[in-house]
Design a protein around this ligand. Structure first.
Ligand SMILES: Nc1nc2c(ncn2[C@@H]2O[C@H](COP(=O)(O)OP(=O)(O)OP(=O)(O)O)[C@@H](O)[C@H]2O)c(=O)[nH]1
Length: 343
């Protein structure tokens, strides 16, 4: 998401007043009768300063997307990164200031028009004082919007129409290896709050469509009770995005986590995410006897055993994903068809 550049209150005032000064000096050399000139110059100064400020404030409001109309994932993302309430409050303050500046412009223009020429300059000074005080009042809001702009610059660009698979599992179980296996080329890395490594997004290209595969290092790889509220929110944001969770077990336990803990994490996530899961048992090249993991494979539905490193079983996983994708596409299609028939 791109917000326009946000000035500090000081920058905004400096720009407005210096432009106003320039506009006034142009008027000074014009051929207005000298009696009228003093008043005209001060009116021009007020009007120019107010216009510059109003334009900038309006631009900030217009160019900031309406938060409520954004896809839910982005709303959650914004809420997690900067907070929707403070963002709305700051935008409200900017709107307020733009309104007040318009009022001040009208009020002081009227006063100067009615005043004696000798008083024009002091009235303009008074106007400048009030303009400055309004803009200083929104100083914190401008700073907050600038902070928001920087934070949201790197918001991940995800495809909301694509069928989306989110990978979960303890560290080192082979999530990135699987992501690369599924999506070929190097996945894109985008920032995501509370995962220092960012989220990785890749696409599994199919004949007529694509599947979006997302890995979130540092987020879906530890027990839920170790997460703070914001991390939980960041995780729930993923739920809005995911059609399926691909839960990766390291069957060899070389990741350093016993199968029991891995199974507990799976149960934890299953409780939270109310979407289908596919359980993948990776690194089977390292296990001597499959029966060692049977205790766990029989507890989950349709497990897929693979070795991402040796590319064993991966095609079966791809087939399963494609099948689920097709099923969902068919459902969506039928749903759309029914809607059409029912009017
Ligand atoms: N033997 C074997 N090693 C594997 C397999 N899959 C991944 N590995 C290795 O396991 C290690 C961890 O793999 P990653 O893909 O980085 O695991 P990850 O889950 O993405 O790790 P984090 O980024 O820390 O979350 C690497 O050394 C991989 O080469 C596999 O099927 N067999």
């Amino acid at each position: 998401m791109r917000l326009p550049p946000i000035p500090t209150s000081e920058e905004l005032l400096n720009k407005a007043f210096s432009r106003a000064r320039k506009a006034a000096s142009a008027a000074r050399t014009s051929r207005i009768p000298s009696q009228k000139k003093a008043k005209t110059i001060e009116i021009i100064r007020i009007q120019t300063a107010c216009n510059i400020i109003k334009d900038k404030l309006k631009l900030i409001i217009e160019r900031t997307p309406d938060i409520e109309s954004l896809p839910e994932f982005y709303q959650d993302y914004i809420d997690v990164t900067v907070g929707i309430d403070p963002l709305k409050k700051s935008l409200g303050a900017i709107n307020w200031a733009a309104g007040i500046i318009s009022q001040l412009e009208r009020e002081y223009r009227r006063r100067i028009t009615k005043s004696r020429p000798s008083l024009a300059s002091s009235i303009r000074k008074e106007a400048y004082g009030r303009i400055s005080s309004v803009i200083k009042k929104i100083g914190d809001d401008l700073d907050f919007l600038d902070f928001t702009r920087n934070k949201l610059k790197n918001m991940p660009t995800v495809d909301f129409d694509a069928f989306t698979v989110v990978i979960a599992g303890f560290p080192n179980v082979g999530k990135s290896t699987i992501l690369r296996r599924l999506t070929g080329a190097k996945p894109k890395v985008a920032e995501y709050p509370f995962t220092t490594k960012g989220i990785q997004i890749g696409y599994l290209e199919m004949k007529w469509n694509k599947i979006q595969v997302i890995d979130t290092p540092g987020l879906l790889d530890r027990p839920i009770d170790e997460m703070n509220n914001i991390e939980l929110k960041a995780m729930v944001a993923l739920e809005n995005l995911a059609d399926i969770i691909l839960f990766i077990f390291d069957a060899s336990e070389t990741c350093g986590y016993p199968m029991e803990s891995q199974y507990n994490l799976f149960k934890d996530l299953k409780r939270i995410f109310r979407i289908p899961f596919i359980c993948v048992f990776n690194k089977i090249d390292l296990i001597e006897n499959i029966k060692y993991i049977k205790k766990y494979t029989i507890k989950v539905e349709d497990p897929i055993l693979i070795s991402a490193l040796e590319d064993e079983g991966v095609s079966r996983l791809i087939k399963r994903l494609e099948g689920l994708h097709e099923k969902k596409a068919r459902k969506t299609f039928q749903h759309a068809g029914k809607k059409k028939i029912n009017g």
